[in-house]
Design a protein around this ligand. Structure first.
Ligand SMILES: NC(=O)c1ccc[n+]([C@@H]2O[C@H](COP(=O)([O-])OP(=O)(O)OC[C@H]3O[C@@H](n4cnc5c(N)ncnc54)[C@H](O)[C@@H]3O)[C@@H](O)[C@H]2O)c1
Ligand SMILES: [Zn+2]
Length: 352
């Protein structure tokens, strides 16, 4: 068990039984609500019940998937709390991936001007990314995460036990964020990752902990993304465009699959704009291709992809904003390049 302490809450990594029971014993909540979806109800809720003394609680079930991360589902959650006469002394437990963490946290943070919540992430992505950094929210008018706020949970309990039932595709999706953390800030972590061949035989704690340490360092220095937090956008400028593009196609990609492709392209850009060596770029590309395969990015997609990149909220003064690498393990923010170089990076990826 490892505890990572942030300014006003702790992240417990490892078996959650001891720390969660202690947390519950030390608090006096009037009611407890557990938010699940159909998958976490089936696979994670029984583990939670088996290990804790949560005799009295209400279960709120929502439908899984990004398409339900919206105001309608929030209404359902708030209504359930209202019907149960939830006062301001209740606790909300978010048991699920990033969708439940973001949306359950948002509902808790706004219900009666805010009640306590804890995060129990159950996907690799939520373990290493969405459970830390205090961003809560929902999608609105087709814009991802457009309504929300920053608010800290009372605690986070990360237990890789939940990953046993997570589909491999979702594991790969979360791994992309760990790869990103290694590439932007921790060469040792990257070296550990690149030796992994079989994703079913990984000691996840040894990757989750350094990954969280990096995100913690970054969000503590720059909670509102004024500067260093932007390093976490590595791979995301081109990756988000690929993700949005794929979403409209018949073969949508997971977030991590798109970000993996984006990281290959932005690693290439780092050789053009910064001093990353070709050998380092090849090392990144060959590992990512081995794990994720290759998404087909045809020349005819380029103009759409560039248009999507130009709409990115991270841009300023009409220029596409990138985070790039100076070497493996070190990132630099607010980088720009010619459109032609962005196209070249897509061609580089397509030709690998
Ligand atoms: N707040 C942040 O800083 C932040 C950062 C990154 C991503 N996000 C958000 O996170 C969301 C994506 O999160 P995600 O990738 O965890 O997706 P998700 O929450 O949709 O979960 C993926 C799928 O896995 C299922 N699942 C969850 N745990 C399981 C388990 N243990 N066993 C079997 N199935 C399980 C879910 O039901 C779902 O079908 C996006 O909405 C994104 O915007 C937020
Ligand atoms: Zn991401």
């Amino acid at each position: 068990m490892k505890t990572i302490a942030l300014a006003d809450y702790n992240i417990h990594v490892g078996d959650f039984q001891g720390p969660l029971n202690l947390f519950l014993e030390q608090s006096a909540y009037s009611q407890i609500f557990i938010i699940v979806d159909e998958n976490t109800r089936e696979y994670c809720y029984p583990i939670l019940l088996e290990k804790t003394n949560l005799e009295n609680h209400s279960l709120i079930e929502i439908r899984s998937g990004e398409q339900h991360k919206n105001i309608h589902t929030c209404s359902h959650i708030w209504k359930k709390m209202m019907d149960a006469k939830a006062d301001r002394k209740v606790l909300v437990i978010n048991l699920g991936g990033g969708v439940i963490g973001d949306m359950g946290g948002f509902c808790a943070a706004t219900y009666k001007r805010g009640v306590d919540f804890i995060q129990i992430p159950t996907t690799l992505l939520s373990d290493v990314d969405s459970s830390i950094g205090s961003k809560l929210g929902i999608d609105f008018a087709d814009v991802k995460n457009s309504i929300g706020l920053f608010k800290n949970p009372k605690a986070v309990f990360i237990d890789p036990v939940f990953l046993k039932t997570l589909p491999l595709r979702e594991i790969r999706s979360g791994l992309a964020e760990i790869i990103k953390h290694g590439l932007i800030a921790d060469k040792k972590l990257w070296d550990e990752i690149k030796d992994i061949d079989n994703l079913q035989e990984v000691d996840w704690n040894s990757l989750i902990i350094p990954s969280l340490e990096i995100k913690k360092r970054v969000v503590e220095i720059d909670p509102y993304e004024q500067n260093i937090r932007k390093t976490l956008n590595f791979g995301h400028t081109i990756g988000h465009a690929i993700e949005s593009w794929a979403l409209q196609s018949t073969a949508p990609l997971t977030h991590g699959e798109a970000i993996a492709a984006g990281m290959v392209c932005e690693t290439y850009l780092s050789t053009e704009v910064r001093n990353l060596s070709d050998a380092e770029a090849e090392e990144v590309a060959s590992y990512i291709l081995k794990i994720y395969g290759k998404y087909s990015v045809k020349n005819e997609y380029f103009s759409d992809l560039l248009r999507l990149m130009k709409n990115d909220k991270k841009n300023a003064n009409g220029q596409i904003n990138f985070t790039m690498l100076d070497c493996l393990g070190s990132a630099v923010i607010d980088q720009h390049c010619e459109e032609k170089q962005v196209e070249d990076s897509l061609i580089y990826y397509a030709k690998l």
